[in-house]
Ligand binder design. Sequence first.
Ligand code: PEP
Ligand code: MN
Length: 338
Amino acid sequence: MYIVLKDNTLPCDIKKLTDLIEAKNLGTIVIEDLGKVKVGVLGNKKSISKDEIESMEFVEKIVDITKPYKFASRDFKVEDTIIDVNGVKIGGDNFVLMAGPCSVENEEMIFEIAKEVKRFGGQFLRGGAFKPRTSPYDFQGLGEEGLKYMRAAADKYDLQVVTEVMDSKDIELIAKYSDVMQVGARNMQNFSLLKELGSCGKPVLLKRGMSATIRDLLMAAEYIIAFGNREVILCERGIRTFETMTRNTVDINGIALIKEKSHLPIIIDASHGTGRRSLVVPVTLASIIAGADGAMVEVHSNPNCAISDGEQSLNFEEFEELCKKLKKVLVLRKELKA
Ligand code: PEP
Ligand code: MN
């Protein structure tokens, strides 16, 4: 449920309303949408009296949200959410490129890759320092050492950092180095982690679980919002299907549908989505036409020697090709929208 306020409602009246709701042990979320102030009620609305709220002279109307993903939905907020990461905007008419290795392997490689990411117009450096590997015997990441290298490389080349947090106990440490907190596919429904990220103070990039429906993804985003953090970036990274020739199947339907159903930005990760280097460029471009607000790609100076995910990582020439084509496709998308 949300409450639409009349135009020019005073801040003290907004506070009167949020205090009233919060006194019932419910949360509030105050946004501006289509020029209106809206106050969302988080929690079981049965404990508040609609009559009491409606009788407040600055209240225009009360609207029930029937969708299970309430505050992630366009039913609550019609306008696109734009997330500002130190001046880099994600969502709306903006397009963001996040690139880097699967894992931070050493200091030299992350600096070398960061330089290329910047050179070809990327805004974010990605890279795992805490890696969710299928085998416990595989490289698990450099941990804090990797975070330090990534932060230093990003700072040198004026990039933002996005890196995965696998465990609630690491949130504080990772938030010290990272600008955006990534939740990996394997943790999309780790509800205790999602709840904790509600108060981490950083935007969250939430990857779709490999067996998660679109509704599951939006419900996971709802957890983060309900626990206090409205800055959620969704990520389509492919789902498991019966197909075995690719690692996953990118759900392009999902990208287009999420743009209809949710105001949150969504980015495409065709590296994990396809698992094949040769498919990363075409599938990224297709996802942009479908409406993706950004792309994440794995890039490595020497993919054949990468410690993880080399087979889906672009080398620098391929990355350059992607970036050139990206620009053309963004122009085409604008034309198609007009
Ligand atoms: C990653 O981006 O490093 C990663 C592990 O991806 P996913 O969680 O989508 O598998
Ligand atoms: Mn990877």
